[in-house]
Design a protein around this ligand. Structure first.
Ligand code: HEC
Length: 188
């Protein structure tokens, strides 16, 4: 009986410890684990317009895409993975149409940006890999899709993973990994 009381006291204490840890400036690892998001649960990076843009006007059959990266991400070195805290944002714009309902093009034959349709986000955090299903892990990246106003879109996140997975560790699951290092220059 005494053992039982001791044990329940112990478990009570271990329950309280993370809560107590919250009051201090640095969060204990256990509180961070509790707060670990999943795909679809990332915060909308409200200030992404202030991120550095490293690729602009990517041409798709009926859309145009721009890629942005936050400061932590921009510290990455070629041949190495992006650091935890990196945020990559892809803006997906509908292609503009002309009066004949055809896609409008500039003098170089490029589609023009119309309305912003979606904001797709990849973000990395310590241990976030544990949040992804076995066989679909993309390092510590998680995925979220938003409307331009920050509302979440209801999408199948296994599709994001499935299409970024083949890039593997070598490209840190980032499609434009090589171009990022070729083109971003000294962004910040
Ligand atoms: C059919 C394949 C495919 C799917 C599905 C997909 N992506 Fe991508 N993603 C790409 C490609 C290709 C690029 C590079 C830009 C381009 O060429 O259009 C990219 C680029 C990105 C980037 C910029 C970083 C990079 O990899 O270059 C982010 C962020 C991103 N995708 C997020 C998402 C999210 C979130 C989802 C799911 C909602 C998703 N992607 C689903 C193919 C895909």
């Amino acid at each position: 009986m005494r053992k039982l009381i001791a044990m329940s006291l112990l478990s009570l204490l271990s329950l309280m410890l993370p809560v107590l840890g919250c009051g201090s400036m640095s969060m204990s690892p256990s509180t961070q684990t509790d707060a670990m998001p999943k795909d679809g649960e990332l915060m909308f990076p409200k200030n992404y317009k202030m991120f550095s843009t490293f690729l602009k006007g990517i041409q798709k059959p009926n859309a145009v895409r721009d890629l942005h990266i936050n400061k932590t991400g921009a510290k990455a070195e070629q041949g190495k993975p992006f650091a935890n805290g990196s945020i990559l944002v892809m803006e997906v714009f509908k292609a503009q149409k002309d009066m004949n309902d055809e896609f409008a093009k500039d003098t170089q034959g490029n589609l023009l940006k119309g309305e912003l349709a979606k904001v797709l986000v990849m973000q990395k955090g310590e241990g976030w890999e544990s949040q992804a299903p076995e066989g679909m892990k993309n390092g510590d990246w998680l995925y979220s899709a938003f409307k331009p106003n920050g509302e979440r879109l209801d999408v199948d996140y296994l599709k994001c993973r499935g299409c970024h997975l083949p890039l593997g560790d070598a490209k840190d699951y980032v499609h434009r990994y090589d171009e990022y290092f070729e083109k971003h220059g000294n962004a910040y």
